[in-house]
Design a protein around this ligand. Sequence first.
Ligand SMILES: [Zn+2]
Length: 498
Amino acid sequence: MIKPGFETLKLGRKPEGRTLLTADWVLGHHDGSHRLVPRGEVVFDNGEILFVGQHFPGEVARRVDFGKSLISPGFIDLDALSDLDTTILGIDTHPGWSKGRVWPRSYVDAGPYEMYMPEELALQKRFAFGQLLLNGITTAAPIASLFYREWGETIAEFDAAADAAGELGLRVYLSPAYRSGGMVLEKPGQILPVFDEQRGLRGLEDAVGFIERQSGRHGDLVRGMLAPDRVETCTIGLLQRTNAAARALGCKIRLHMAQGIMEVETVRALHGSTAPVWLATNGLLSERLIAPHATNATDEDLRLYAANGVSIVHCPLVSARGGNTLNSFSACRTRGINIAMGTDTAPADMLMNLLVGLMTSRINDGAPDRIRCADLFDAATLGGARALGRTDLGHLSSGARADIAVFGLDDVIMAPSIDPITTLVAGGSGRVTRATFVDGRPSMLFGEVAGVNMRSARDRVQQQFDGLVAKYPERSWAHPPVAEIFPPSYPIESSAHG
Ligand SMILES: [Zn+2]
């Protein structure tokens, strides 16, 4: 059903003149916090918000009514799924080292290779960006696994990713991930790091060149962020140079740490402390640092994060599925740590993550009253913007960028509807996202994404993912067949039983 006004919005095209969006609810912003505005209006022109409130007094070129919906700031995803997720292969298959999650020595000695062709790498990014837009995510700092790469990410792939962000209309913080080391399975259960410092430094150089060339492109949708891959695969030299480069570029650094037992044990063996303590000792903790996931952070680690202004990226779905949680969301807030959110895994559904985040925090707290749905919503909007140092993102106010998500409140899967934020967080599904605007441009309208046909892309990426799975025996310990690495949930039978 097309309501009046929608026909003047063209998918993927910035509208001419002022656009007024209205709905039963608008999430505005006042005095430092979000505010619910009934029958509110958001007016923007050329990507900038001019007005948020009721009864806009000026002229507009179009007026679009989303009815029983919430017009919200788009989500900011700082560990945004940007490949065909391989961690889901490990949901029911353990331990990870025997299931192709760590390179065995035989694979390293044979020479690791790229498991996807360049065009496949480009397509999976484009498809993943479409998934983010379908879930109301307007800003993304992409993350992808390096397990299936020859070493780090490539410039060609990220040039393609920057173009995809421009064509689809997604705000991104990008550069190819690099590392000076990798984890190698030397024998069953024994995982040790191997280092190649020069390779890491070359990766940093490539990333800096990429940012210098790409930052500000596509109407400033593309900006840079340095992304050394996980702390246990970085040398102190690489991290020091990364910090200096980020300072010179004026960009942030994302570094996974305090996120897993393998990391904690490896860093302790190499440096005699936890990763946050190691970095603090070297003067590398600062507001420049964005650190997923903090699920294995000690009290001291969290104290150092708070004291140095480090932002956490909380990705509750992937953590909880692996039997891990941030302990706890509410405790980190009380310490004054800025918390942003990330999707990290499939499905790239921020609302689902907010629900899992609410539940896991309450389980850790042993109480239901230390956080509210709005606290999670804050993290996915204001927390992300703060981590990026962007005062013009994460809220709907005049002068901010028009990065907007529209969520249906009358969906049959979310009935009954109560308070809009509680309804969306408790509902836990991004499938109610009706529209996503980035810089005032409709990038997703009613399930259609600008710049990519998600249906046909879905078929193609499934084929390439099936090809990747077929190669798992080559990079799994003792090279068992696929059926043994990933056995079916139930025995497969082809004959009927009575
Ligand atoms: Zn992550």
